[in-house]
Design a protein around this ligand. Structure first.
Ligand code: ADP
Ligand code: ADP
Length: 228
């Protein structure tokens, strides 16, 4: 479960990223975060994986209470979540296989467990034929599938996707959403910040709209409706 209780994040230059933001997400939900550019979506998303910490308020993610977390707890928190970015953020000198395997190596998974698990997730995202390719030899959709494989390889309880279809054409975006819907169907919480009106309106899930750093709308089966 994720709980934001009146969380405020003020940047060093005095700009407010989010302000008194309160929301609760149960395990297994699929949540779209929508709102105009500058609304605070990225700030909220970055707090989930502890790239940013609150200036005030209380934040709890899974069993991690940000008030009492120690620096050495951050890797454990991050292990329970997978992150997917708009620009994929793959390591360019590593193959598809190595990019995904690396996520298991950094948490010191025994070597013998890595290969079968990596092959399994690459099969789940339909890339079993491309394991030896490098990122620059792949289409954008294929790169995003590698990035989802990397996000799910350690079986996270939460997948965070920040504008995952932002660089993809509509057909490819649908393929990526098929994969995220399958990840969700397997019991994983999915939190996705997006400007993709067609997807939000066609694949109905909870919608949380952010404006001026606060929640202005929260609907269980919402539509996009943002003026942007
Ligand atoms: P969104 O993702 O919805 O576009 P952001 O969370 O990126 O919104 O931004 C919310 C507000 O915080 C904006 O006013 C933005 O300019 C500001 N902001 C974001 N990141 C920083 C930063 N690193 N330093 C200062 N201000 C920032
Ligand atoms: P997006 O629109 O995709 O959410 P942005 O272009 O707003 O991303 O932000 C890109 C990067 O710049 C982010 O890391 C964000 O934190 C940072 N950033 C955004 N606004 C500001 C700002 N006003 N001052 C400093 N950094 C910012």
């Amino acid at each position: 479960m994720i709980v934001f209780d009146k969380v405020t994040k003020t940047y060093d230059n005095g700009v407010t990223g989010i302000k008194d933001l309160t929301l609760k997400v149960q395990q297994g939900e699929f949540v779209y975060i929508v709102g105009q550019s500058g609304a605070g979506k990225s700030t909220l998303i970055k707090m989930l994986y502890h790239e940013l910490v609150p200036t005030s308020g209380h934040l709890t993610i899974n069993d991690f209470d940000f008030d009492t977390m120690r620096p050495q707890d951050v890797p454990m928190l991050r292990r329970s979540m997978g992150v997917v970015f708009q620009d994929f953020k793959l390591l360019p000198r590593m193959t598809v296989f190595e990019n995904v395997a690396y996520a298991m190596q950094v948490i010191e998974t025994p070597d013998a467990d890595i290969k079968p698990r990596v092959l399994d997730v690459l099969k789940q995202v339909g890339l079993e034929q491309k394991i030896r390719r490098f990122p620059n030899e792949l289409s954008g959709g294929e790169q995003q599938r590698v990035s989802i494989a990397r996000a799910i390889v350690n079986k996270p309880t939460v997948v965070i996707a920040d504008e995952p279809t932002g660089n993809l054409d509509p057909d490819t975006s649908e393929e990526i959403m098929d994969i995220l819907d399958r990840v969700h169907a397997a019991g994983t919480t999915v939190i996705m910040a997006t400007h993709n009106r067609d997807i939000v309106n066609s694949r109905t899930h909870r919608v949380i709209e952010i404006a001026g750093g606060a929640v202005v709308r929260d609907e269980a089966e919402g539509a996009y409706e943002v003026e942007d």
